[in-house]
Each structure stands twice: as C-alpha cells, then as structure tokens.
Ligand binder design. Structure first.
Ligand code: PEP
Ligand code: MN
Length: 348
C-alpha cells in the first residue's frame, strides 16, 4: 500500500506512522517531495488500511493489491475455461444459455428448449426455485420444474442451469442440473457461497443489484476458496437512478472484470433491461464488448408467462438475434454455434 501524508504533516507525525507500520511487521520506504511525503509499504501479510488512515497527518491510504486472490489475474494469468462435457465456456466460442424465466409446464419447457436449441443455444436456463420480490408471486415448481428442465434438455442435447437459493436445495439441484445459478439477491449469501465452494458443479454468480465489481469478485472468492474453480460471473444490470429500464446493464463491467479476473463473464440482457425490445441490442453490445456468453429469457407465449414475461423474447426474435450475433462475433475473433437442424421430441 501507499500512504500519502498531508501537506502539513509534521516530522513527528510521519515518524509515528512509520513506527506503527514497522510494529505491524511492514517494510516502509519513505519518499519526501517538495510538498508531501509518501510512504511505500510492503510486507508479507495484509493490514487494514483503515488502521493507518485514521493516524494523525495521513491524507490517504491507497491499496495496490486486490483484496481477492484466487479470482484475480495475478493469481492465474490465463483465462479460466469452464468445461461441461463438450461445452467450453470462456474459450473462443461465445456460449448462449436460453430458456424461460421459470419452468411452468412440461409443454412450455420442451417447446422452448427445442426452439433455443434450433437457434444455437447450448444451455437451457429455467428457474424451479424463484426469488420473487412478493411472497404471493409464483415461487417456482421445485423438483417438478427441475425434472422438466432435465428431460427437455436431454431431449435436445442441452446442458441445464437453474437457480439455487438456499443450501438445502444444493443436493436436489445438483441431481438435475449442470450449473448452479446464484441469483443477484444471493450474491452476498456467504454461507451459500461457501457451500458451493465444495460442490462439484460450476457456478454462475450473478452480480448483486447494488454490488461493486470488487464486492462481486470477493463473493466469487468465497466459492473459489472452497476449492471450486469453475465459477462464471454474470453481469445482469445494477440499480441506478434510471427507471426507464428495470436495471442498468453495465457493459463496461465486461472489460473491467476481464482485466481483473480470469473467470468467464456472462451477460444477462433480459434482467439487465426488463424489456424484450431492448434485449437484442444489449446482447449484441455484450458480444461486441467481449462477453464469453449470454443468458437470455425466451418463452413461447411470453404474454402468459408466470414470471418476467415482458423481458422474455419470442423464439423467432431469439433466432434472429442469434443470426446477428454470428455476424458480430467473428469481428472480435469469436464464434457462435451454428443453427442445428436436429428437431427431436417437442420441436415445432
Ligand atoms: C433469473 O435469472 O430469473 C433471476 C431471478 O435473475 P436475477 O437473480 O439476476 O434477478
Ligand atoms: Mn427472470
């Protein structure tokens, strides 16, 4: 860390700060300019910058290393690639996860799975345990919903991602799904994160609605510290003063996180905007900005969806978007799965 002293700091104050740092086991390198003294501080262990910031004569304490370790590029310079059988997330191919907000009926899940598969998605999304603002809103079908997702995904050769809200659901969700989704509201549920650190399946960690990038990476650190290195970060919009869109999708988080961390970055333009007409432009922007993947809500009858209908795309809109993404991705050296002709099971 670097300690910047006040312009008027006295010699006695500077000496006292240096003494305190030495007592804490740090090496201090003093550099006195014309107006200020700056102390370069290095040491084997971390000290709380606040402890130094409150000392007399200190103007500012600047941290120069990140508070997270395993999530940082310094710890692992090369990109992490999360592999689920033949699906590789974080490599050259941009991976698209798509499906309904919630699993509702057998037919809805199967029809949506067939449609998103046809358009080139690799992973079926769908909630069975739903974090709703109102306790009276649809809460998800639980295990029945997980079964629907698994069956539909298997029929289409897709992987499955579904949200885990609580430690008690981990075992059940692991039985049916390939990826755990941690929702925005649970980004700082540290007990859940710790437990997922011991899970043997990848985790998609959504950014909390008012979380800084540093807080988000620290949350990822909880999972990584438990030994689960298969973590993906999902930007899904943050709460700002703007109320036109449901959230404000922070596209700049993509290059920022990719610089700070080796973990794949996935973007959710559905929750990021809350409106289906805004999903395609933001999905295109996310791919152009370098996102490693997208997670998008698609519903065959969104006007009658049990949750998030307004932001769910019609299958035809999604198919068009995928075709556009196939044009954008090569411009930045990436690719997107080509459409499949496989029409099995419930396909239209
Ligand atoms: C969802 O994916 O349906 C969801 C609830 O997302 P978020 O946690 O980002 O609100
Ligand atoms: Mn949703």
């Amino acid at each position: 860390m670097v300690v910047v002293m006040n312009e008027r700091a006295t010699e006695a104050q500077i000496d006292a700060v240096i003494q305190r740092l030495i007592e804490l086991g740090m090496d201090v390198h003093r550099s006195s300019g014309v107006t200020r003294t700056v102390l370069g501080v290095v040491g084997a262990h971390k000290i709380d910058p606040e402890l130094i910031g409150i000392l007399d004569g200190v103007h500012e304490v600047l941290r120069i290393t990140e508070p997270y370790k395993r999530a940082s590029r310094t710890f692992r310079p090369e990109d992490t690639i999360v592999t689920i059988d033949d699906v590789r997330i974080g490599g050259d191919e941009v991976i698209v996860m798509a499906g309904p907000c919630s699993a509702e009926t057998e037919e809805q899940v199967h029809a949506t799975a067939a449609a998103v598969k046809r358009a080139g998605a690799k992973i079926l999304r769908g909630g069975a345990f739903k974090p709703r603002s109102s306790p009276y809103a649809f809460q998800g079908l639980g295990e029945q919903g997980l079964k629907m997702l698994r069956n539909a995904a298997d029929a289409q050769n897709l992987k499955v991602i579904s949200e885990v809200m609580d430690i008690s659901q981990i075992e059940l969700i692991a039985k049916y799904c390939d990826i755990f989704q941690v929702g925005a509201r649970n980004m700082q549920n540290f007990t859940l994160l710790r437990e997922l650190g011991h899970a043997r399946k990848p985790v998609l960690l959504k950014r909390g609605i008012s979380a800084t990038i540093e807080e988000w990476l620290l949350s990822a650190e909880y999972i990584l510290a438990g030994g689960n290195m298969n973590v993906m970060l999902c930007e899904r919009g943050i709460r700002t003063f703007e109320s036109y869109t449901r959230n404000t999708l922070d596209i700049s988080a993509i290059p920022v996180v990719q610089k700070l961390s080796h973990l794949p970055v996935i973007v959710d333009p559905s929750h990021g905007t809350g409106r289906r007409d805004k999903v395609a432009p933001m999905a295109r922007a996310a791919v152009a900005a370098g996102a490693d993947g997208l997670i998008i809500e698609v519903h065959c009858d969104p006007d009658h969806a049990q949750s998030d209908g307004a932001q769910s795309m019609f299958p035809a809109q999604f198919e068009r978007l995928m075709a556009e993404l196939r044009i954008i991705a090569p411009a930045i050296g990436r690719s997107i799965c080509v459409e499949t002709t496989a029409r099995r099971g419930w396909g239209r």
